[in-house]
Design a protein around this ligand. Structure first.
Ligand code: C2E
Ligand code: MG
Ligand code: MG
Length: 689
């Protein structure tokens, strides 16, 4: 699972759903509640003020009556006494009595009260309330009365409703918040479970179904989620089956095999196991011959044979270990199969196992009316000794397999020397790539001679690797390596261009010699093959009738229709095609006649055999007779002695090539060789090779 996918826990950075729900609820409640309480408090204030005014007015009127009575009895002193008496009661702060004539009968001492009363006397106001004091004034028949009391005294006995309402309101709010919390929790909890399930599904590809019985939309959601999880898991299982098994055989595939080897290596305790790579060499060829449908049927038979061989050998060699942990078979690719054997008593058992497997697979078996031999080779690696991880172990078993095949052996165990050899090959390949970039591959030319006249008629271009210090890397070393690693394709293209340029320059210098160019299977596999040849000749200015293309039997016969399609357009413009190394392949003579050839090159092994093998002359005579009747020109290669040349000339072979005349040489040297030879022939040595 990707590291970038964040877990739900990581994503949830803020407060949870419940907390958010309760917070939102409380916030709203606070705003709304404070508004209500403030309104009630304000109306309370107004009611308290009205009540204070009434109380104060009442006291002022009582005092005014007493003042009127006292002044009617011309008793200013008793009016003053009444004022003082009232002034001491009911939280009164100050009382002022002013007679009609303006004389001051009584006054308070509190400066704030006096200032307020002055305001009432001078201004038109009847009631003032400020700084915790309330003052009022009334007029009577005998004068004017001012009274000032503390606001608090006037409020006594007044019970506003704001506090009550506030406490009821917030009490109710707390209860509602609790309910909100419960409600939110009942939604959030199932959601959390769903999230945990999704996390499990994502991380482990497995999740337990969620059993929610809320009877609402959440239950519907949970049910939908369960169905989805089930489907996802089923699809995952299907994908895993597909990703880890080979579709054609149903066996575990390469990935699964690698995983099994990894599992073995990490959980093996002290066990010693082995890994075998089995290659059934002829499988591809057999499939090509019998076609797709029959191929599928045959593959099933082969897999059956392989697994029963593995089971039988398990019982023979591994006895007590095989029931607990049998060997596992997998198809790696094409004709390559892997066998992982988890436990051996010792290395000898592993060797015996591989030998028995190889000989079982090399027994011919009946299929339809055929007797088939699968041609198995086996590479083996011991575990953990030959690979601490699965990839290394498989690679080492493959190296052993390659060694087994090149030795024509059936079975080989991996050794350190094989690894060193593989590394050396890799280093050589790197060197070869660098040499290609530095243009160190050149075409050298081996003369081809008319056996009757002795004249040079052309040359075969052969690849040579010339290092900057003029030393040469042996073609016997780099050509097989390039064929193995695929670089022969690029090298051949370099040689093709070089050879075309050189041959064109000879023609310009007055030597219209032909040039034979070797074509690699890789070049021939390229759809643009024909165009590339045409372009190389055109760019160099070389006439196509000076060019011969050398193709081996196996390349041409792999797909004769394709060979025709690619070669015919070239032959039409004058290019000749020759069948190189004739006699080495397995082609039937009948199939040869279907191919577009002009020249046959008798392989040098037949020429070499002339001196040693009494059948060799007959074979060469037969090839020459066949070529004559089919109208092919014949070139014999590898001629080293006068006797060989003489034999071939007398049997009607037209052209010879070999060390007798010269090995491959640089272009300038070849021109000199040609000139010298022409001179010698014109000098009267005609007919002598
Ligand atoms: P080939 O095309 O059959 O070339 C003939 C090989 O025989 C050459 O080896 C040549 O040096 C060698 N030879 C010629 N005359 C004699 C002789 O009298 N005695 C002996 N013992 N050997 C002789 P070379 O150059 O090592 O090439 C080997 C093969 O490599 C060639 O076989 C050809 O198949 C391939 N090759 C060479 N150059 C190229 C190239 O440019 N492209 C491709 N695709 N293949 C090339
Ligand atoms: Mg050749
Ligand atoms: Mg050849």
């Amino acid at each position: 699972m990707s590291e970038e996918v964040e877990t739900s826990a990581k994503v949830r950075k803020g407060p949870g759903l419940t907390a958010r729900f309760v917070l939102a609820f409380c916030g709203l409640f606070l705003v709304f509640g404070s508004g209500v309480v403030f309104t009630v408090w304000e109306s309370d204030q107004r009611a308290a003020e009205a009540r204070a005014r009434l109380l104060l007015d009442d006291r002022a009127l009582t005092l005014a009556e007493q003042m009127d009575e006292a002044l009617a009895a011309s008793d200013g002193a008793s009016a003053q006494t009444a004022a003082n008496g009232l002034g001491r009661r009911h939280g009164m702060v100050a009382v002022r009595l002013v007679a009609r004539d303006g004389s001051l009968l009584a006054d308070g001492e509190d400066p704030d009260a006096r200032r307020i009363m002055d305001r009432l006397a001078t201004g038109g106001e009847r009631f003032v309330m400020e700084k915790g004091l309330a003052a009022t004034t009334v007029s009577s028949a005998s004068g004017r009365v001012f009274v000032t009391a503390t606001s608090r005294s006037l409020r006594q006995g007044f019970h506003g409703s704001a506090a009550l309402i506030a406490s009821v309101f917030f009490g109710f709010g707390a209860l509602a918040a609790l309910i909100a919390w419960f409600m939110a929790r009942s939604i959030a909890q199932p959601l959390r479970k769903l999230t945990a399930m999704a996390d499990m599904l994502r991380d482990k590809n497995a999740a337990q179904p969620l059993d929610l019985k809320t009877g609402d939309e959440l239950e519907t959601l949970a049910r939908a989620f369960n169905a989805m999880a089930e489907k996802v898991q089923a699809n995952m299982r299907r994908l895993q089956r597909m990703a880890y098994s080979d579709t054609a055989t149903g066996l575990p595939n390469h990935e699964r095999f690698t995983r099994d080897v990894t599992d073995f290596l990490s959980n093996r305790h002290d066990e010693v196991g082995a890994l075998f790579v089995v290659r059934l060499d002829r499988l591809d060829r057999i499939f090509d011959a019998i076609g797709q449908d029959a191929g599928d049927e045959l593959l099933t038979r082969i897999v059956g044979r392989l697994s029963s061989a593995v089971r039988a050998i398990d019982r023979m060699v591994r006895t007590e270990h095989c029931t607990a942990r049998p060997s596992q078979l997998a198809r790696l690719r094409g004709g390559d199969f892997g066998v992982l054997t988890p436990r051996f008593r010792g290395q000898e058992d592993a060797a015996r196992f591989a030998q028995l497997l190889a000989s079982a697979l090399n027994q011919p078996f009946d299929w339809r009316e055929h007797k088939l031999v699968l041609g198995a080779a086996i590479g083996a690696a011991l575990l953990p000794q030959d690979g601490a991880d699965a990839d290394t172990a498989i690679r080492h078993a493959m190296l052993a397999l390659t060694a087994a095949r090149s030795d024509n052996g059936r079975m080989k165990f991996f050794t350190k020397a094989l690894d060193r050899e593989a590394n050396a090959q890799l280093a050589f390949e790197r060197e070869m790539r660098a040499a290609l970039e530095r243009n160190e591959f050149k075409a050298f030319f081996q003369p081809k001679v008319d056996l009757l006249s002795g004249r040079v008629i052309g040359a075969e271009a052969l690849a040579r690797w010339v290092k900057p210090d003029r030393t040469m890397v042996s073609p016997g070393r780099f050509i097989p390596a390039a064929e193995e690693n695929g670089l022969i394709g690029s090298i051949s293209e370099v040689i093709l261009r070089d050879a075309c340029w050189k041959a064109a320059s000879w023609a310009r210098e007055g030597f219209p010699l032909s040039v034979a160019i070797n074509i690699s299977p890789l070049q021939f596999a390229d759809e643009r093959f024909t165009d590339k040849i045409l372009r190389s000749m055109a760019e160099a200015g070389l006439s196509p009738d000076r060019v011969e293309l050398e193709i081996t039997e196996s390349v041409a016969l792999e797909n004769p229709e394709r060979a025709l399609r690619l070669l015919e357009p070239l032959r039409e413009v004058g290019v000749k095609v020759s069948l190189d190394d004739f006699g080495c392949g397995h082609s039937s003579l009948a199939s040869l006649t279907r191919l577009p050839f002009d020249i046959i090159k008798i392989d040098q092994q037949f020429v070499r055999a002339l001196a040693k093998d009494r059948h060799a002359p007959a074979i060469i005579e037969m090839i020459l007779a066949m070529a004559a009747s089919l109208d092919y020109t014949v070139v014999a290669e590898g001629i080293e002695t006068e006797q060989e040349a003489d034999f071939l000339r007398r049997r009607g072979c037209q052209i010879g090539q070999g060390f007798l005349w010269g090995a491959a040489m640089p272009a300038t040297e070849f021109l000199q060789f040609n000139a010298a030879r022409s001179g010698a022939i014109s000098g009267g040595q005609r007919g002598v090779a």
